[in-house]
Design a protein around this ligand. Sequence first.
Ligand SMILES: Nc1ncnc2c1ncn2[C@@H]1O[C@H](COP(=O)(O)OP(=O)(O)OP(=O)(O)O)[C@@H](O)[C@H]1O
Length: 255
Amino acid sequence: MAEDAHGFLELRGVTKRYGALAAVDGVDFTVDRGEVIGIGGPNGAGKTTFFDLISGLTRTTEGTIRFRDQDITGLAPHRLCRLGMARTFQLNSGFDNMTVFENLLAARAFGRRSAGGWLLTARADKQATQVLLDEIGLADIASDPVAGIPILARKKLMIATALIGEPDILLLDEPVGGLTPPEIDELIDLMLGLKSRGMTLVFIEHVMRFLTAVADRAVMMHQGRIIYDGTPGGLANDKTVAEVYLGSAGLGGMA
Ligand SMILES: Nc1ncnc2c1ncn2[C@@H]1O[C@H](COP(=O)(O)OP(=O)(O)OP(=O)(O)O)[C@@H](O)[C@H]1O
C-alpha cells in the first residue's frame, strides 16, 4: 500500500455534538508517521472523545478522518485494529480471572492482522506473547491472575495488549494516571523505547513531566478545540494555555 509519511492520520473539521454541546468542535489535526504527540487540556476539554472518534468508538457528527490514505470515518474499531491502529483506555481493562500471559495471548489471537487459523498460528502467537512479556517487563508475573497484579503491571499489560497486534500507530489515554513518580519514570523509559523504534504515538496525559519527557509535539485542547499545537517547551510561555489554567490548577497543577 502506497502511503505518505506526511498525513499518516488526518482529521478535517471533525466535530462531535452531544445535544447542544460540541465535545469536539471542528478539529483539524494531522499526525505524520513516527511522530510522538502528547495531548493535554483540562477535564472535559474533549480529549477522550477525540480519541473515541479516531478509534471508531464514537461516530463523528461532522468531518472526515483518514488513516493510511483511506477514509476511516465511521469504521468500526476492529477494522481499524486490522489497519494498524491500537489504543489503550484510562481505566485498566483486562480479564481478571485469566493470567497475564493468557490475557496477552487472547489479545494476540483476536487482534491478528493477517488471516490464519488458530491452530496454524498458535505456536507463533505464544512466542510473540512471551517476547513481548520479556520486553515490557511482565515475564516474572506471566502466570499471575490479572486480578491480583499491581496497577503499574496493569498499565503495562494494557500497553502490551495494544502492542501485541503490531500496530503502526498507538493511542494511549492517560498511560500514567494513578502512578507514583518512580513508576512514571519506568513508563517514560518504556515509551522512549517505543519511540526509538519509530512507533507513531499519540497520548493524552495530564502529567506534564511525562508529556514533556516523551512527546516531540504538544497539543492542548479546551472546549473541544485545539488551542496549542507546538513544542512541549513552548507550553509554559503560551498565553492562551496559561489563561485556560489560570484560576484553577495553574500550569503547575497539570504536573
Ligand atoms: N456520551 C456522552 N454524552 C454526553 N456528553 C458527553 C458524552 N461523552 C462526553 N461528553 C461530554 O463531552 C465533553 C468532553 O468530554 P471528554 O471526556 O472527551 O473530555 P476529556 O478532555 O477527556 O476529560 P478528562 O480529562 O476528564 O478525561 C464533556 O463536557 C463531557 O461531559
